[in-house]
Design a protein around this ligand. Structure first.
Ligand code: RB5
Length: 143
């Protein structure tokens, strides 16, 4: 599985931790930036990752900004992206099982490193349930 990951300055430090996790867990990934704590706009990083997921360049995307909200809104403007803003482990699992989410957003100013790593692991390793009712609802998201 190839993962695209991006962040703004508010998510930069947490992105480093998540990249460390991706490496140690053996995921293939591409880090699209940002590469410092200098203030920048989350939009371009979110678009790059979301468009990469929509085009099939990445299987999944991970976005981190201060709250996770801006990146999540931006990612969900790309057709084919199902972005989920997640700050707890239950939602990480539920959004994969029920929504087949393909982009995960988290807030670097909201959660700690260990919780973010646990969320990432659950989200990357949980398959979509494939239940008919969830398939139907997910397909309606596109119309
Ligand atoms: C940057 O200050 C902050 O607004 C951004 O990281 C994010 O939280 C936006 O939703």
């Amino acid at each position: 599985m190839k993962v695209g990951i991006g962040a703004d300055h508010g998510g930069y430090e947490l992105k480093l931790k998540i990249v460390e996790y991706l490496k140690s867990a053996g995921f293939e990934y591409e880090d699209v930036g940002t590469n410092s704590k200098e203030s920048c706009d989350y939009n371009e990083f979110a678009k790059t990752v979301a468009e990469g997921v929509a085009s099939g360049k990445y299987d999944r995307g991970i976005l981190i900004c201060g709250t996770g909200i801006g990146t999540n809104i931006q990612a969900n403007k790309v057709k084919g992206v199902r972005g989920a803003l997640v700050h707890d482990m239950f939602s990480a699992k539920a959004t994969r099982l029920h929504n087949d989410s393909n982009v995960l957003s988290m807030g670097g100013r909201i959660i700690g490193d260990e919780l973010a790593k646990a969320i990432t692991e659950i989200w990357l390793t949980t398959e979509f349930s494939g239940d008919e009712r969830h398939k139907r609802r997910v397909s309606k998201l596109e119309s």
